[in-house]
Design a protein around this ligand. Structure first.
Ligand SMILES: C[S@@+](CC[C@H](N)C(=O)[O-])C[C@H]1O[C@@H](n2cnc3c(N)ncnc32)[C@H](O)[C@@H]1O
Length: 226
């Protein structure tokens, strides 16, 4: 039985389409994904527990724990193409030894490139256990542990005060939720590079539009400086 929770992302993830510059209220575009099946299995699993009347209280408690106490899913997993990762880090002017964080780090590709190619001190935050494990394993297999790591946790509950650069690829509403935390924590001069979705209320210093990433998909990158 699955107790992984996919909510908004599962629905949004099924809307495939071509990218275009993001605007306030823009919708997430993603590939057809499997999360919907997991939701189905979750619901079926809970239903079965109830129907069989086997420990209904335990079933309810487990479901409540899975649904109620998990970190909020601020975007589905939808990786940034490697070519765009490099553009994000260049736009963010990442230098050797600087501290960077990728908020919702997926398979760790941004953190890994930041540590390997830009020789930065790179930290990812990822709440999905499989992605966290996968990215940690890759960091270890590349021997990058001294410069790269992934925190298994909620990106809304971390300390970014030391950050020189943050990279963010989250839904527009999630950027709205994150903004007060960053305004409170980030030091003066810290940079933020947002992929495809702007931070409403902030004015980007630079906006970079990439017409085609080689796979027919366009991207927009926004550079902010505190
Ligand atoms: C669009 S993907 C971006 C992955 C990666 N940053 C990249 O650009 O390739 C968003 C990621 O954020 C993660 N995520 C969503 N909500 C989160 C939360 N509250 N805490 C930590 N990670 C979260 C998802 O699991 C997913 O891997």
């Amino acid at each position: 039985m699955f107790f992984r929770v996919y909510d908004e992302g599962a629905v949004l993830c099924s809307r495939a389409g071509r990218s275009r510059p993001a605007a306030a209220g823009a919708r997430w575009r993603g590939p057809h994904g499997t999360p919907g099946r997991e939701v189905h299995l979750l619901v079926r699993g809970i239903g079965l527990l109830k129907r069989l009347a086997i420990l209904p209280i335990v079933g309810t408690l487990l479901a409540g724990a899975a649904l109620g106490q998990a970190a909020e899913k601020l975007a589905p997993y939808y990786p940034t193409p490697e070519k765009i990762v490099e553009q994000m880090l260049k736009l963010g002017e990442l230098k050797p030894g600087e501290k960077m964080f990728d908020l919702g780090s997926g398979d760790g590709r941004i953190v890994i490139m930041a540590a390997k190619k830009f020789r930065a001190d790179a930290t990812g935050v990822e709440f999905d256990e499989d992605l966290w494990r996968q990215s940690e394993n890759r960091i270890e297999s590349l021997g990058l542990e001294s410069r790269a790591r992934i925190i298994h946790g909620d990106l809304m509950k971390q300390d970014y005060r030391s950050a020189d650069l943050l990279t963010v690829y989250l839904l527009p509403g999630s950027n709205d939720k994150l903004r007060p935390l960053l305004e409170k924590q980030l030091k003066k001069g810290a940079r933020i590079v947002a992929h495809d979705f702007e931070f409403a209320g902030w004015t980007p210093e630079t906006t970079k539009y990439i017409e085609d990433d080689g796979q027919g998909r366009s991207h927009t990158l926004y550079l902010y400086r505190r």
